[in-house]
Design a protein around this ligand. Structure first.
Ligand code: C2R
Length: 339
């Protein structure tokens, strides 16, 4: 089997985090390869693996590393395939690795998932492959359903064990056993005029960053829709918009503060979600952390703070897997800027 996903570990000591990714890829039956190679200790080996894997048809890279995790960034510098970064908590709660993965300069984005979230790295890779592979898309859908079932089971078990005297349960919690209607999955028919990407800034305060994204989408010839809409302020409008956008290939959500926009988008779709944190307070740290550290099952591929341009490049790398012209364009753009 030709591997579709190449996983690189900065050290064999990262294996317990990588194992979470392998388990998901096994479950989804996606062929993968795994190597240990450090950007710092074995620079040439990383380069060689990345160049060869790209030539051989690997579709997505996952770089897993702790400390100054330059490995995913170095992968991104040597391929125009999408790169996912999984920061590992070795010191300072993994914050060092998180910054090293996510804060990449233009045009070498790393779609960073939460600290130690190997399973989300693999799930995001599967969502990316699922854009053009219906079989994988169906498996992702089933996997996310199983997360839903788990929450239901855990809730029932927890509620059964509460013994407080004043605990007064309503009698209707089991009614929620039916899944909410999610209209985004498994939409088979693609209308040719449909935009490829939906760009969702949470507020007009995010527009400066959003404009960088749309400028590069335009330049790359990627069709998009954009709607400024907050799921907190306008929940109904937000859900209707998500329904209307059910046929896009991926979402880019742009948000500051507590970054609920990305969380709300990923809850309503199985398509890949790219997040751009905006620096409204604390230099954007609040939105970076709340965007990236998603629980298992709901990955947000987060790019650097205010780096709207990298969100567009990442979208292009993802869409290029199934689009020859875009493939050439993004390759040229990255080559020109990097080499
Ligand atoms: P050792 O246990 O081998 O000393 O590694 C590894 O990913 C690991 O989490 C300790 C940590 O160092 C990280 N490392 C990197 C890179 N190479 C190794 N971040 C790199 O190239 O980015």
């Amino acid at each position: 089997m030709t591997p579709k996903v190449m996983i690189l570990l900065g050290s064999a000591s990262d294996y317990n985090i990588a194992k979470k990714a392998l388990d998901i890829l096994e479950q989804l039956e996606i062929p993968y390869d795994l190597r240990v190679a450090s950007a710092h200790r074995t620079h040439e080996k990383v380069k060689e693996i990345v160049l060869q894997s790209t030539l051989k048809g690997v579709e997505v890279f996952i770089g897993i590393a702790g400390l100054s995790a330059h490995l995913p960034g170095m992968i991104a510098a040597n391929t125009h395939r999408p790169v996912i970064g999984v920061p590992v908590d070795v010191k300072v709660g993994g914050l060092d690795a998180l910054f090293a993965c996510s804060q990449m300069p233009f045009p070498a984005p790393v779609a960073t998932v939460g600290i130690d979230r190997g399973e989300n790295g693999a799930l995001l890779a599967a969502q990316i492959i699922g854009i053009h592979d219906e079989n994988v898309r169906k498996k992702v859908f089933q996997l996310r359903e199983s997360f839903y079932d788990k929450v239901q089971r855990d809730e029932a078990q927890l509620l059964n064990n509460i013994e407080g005297n004043f605990y007064s349960p309503g009698d209707n919690y089991l009614e929620f056993a039916d899944r909410p209607s999610k209209k985004n999955e498994l939409v088979e028919e693609k209308s040719p005029q449909y935009p490829m990407v939906a760009v969702i800034p949470g507020s007009y305060s995010d527009m400066k960053v959003a404009k960088k994204t749309t400028m590069f989408l335009d330049r790359l010839g990627i069709t998009y829709d954009m709607n400024v809409i907050s799921p907190i302020r306008y929940p109904e409008r937000f859900e209707k918009y998500m329904e209307r956008m059910s046929e896009v290939k991926l979402f880019i959500a742009i948000s500051g503060l507590s970054a609920h926009v990305t969380g709300a988008v990923v809850a309503l779709t199985d398509k890949p979600v790219i997040g751009v944190p905006c620096p409204l307070r604390m230099g954007g740290l609040d939105s970076l952390l709340s965007m990236v550290n998603m629980p298992p099952g709901v990955p947000v591929g987060t790019v650097g703070i205010a780096n709207g341009g990298n969100a567009a490049i990442l979208a292009a790398e993802i869409l290029a897997l199934d689009h020859e012209v875009l493939d050439q364009r993004v390759k040229r753009l990255k080559n020109k800027a990097i080499h």
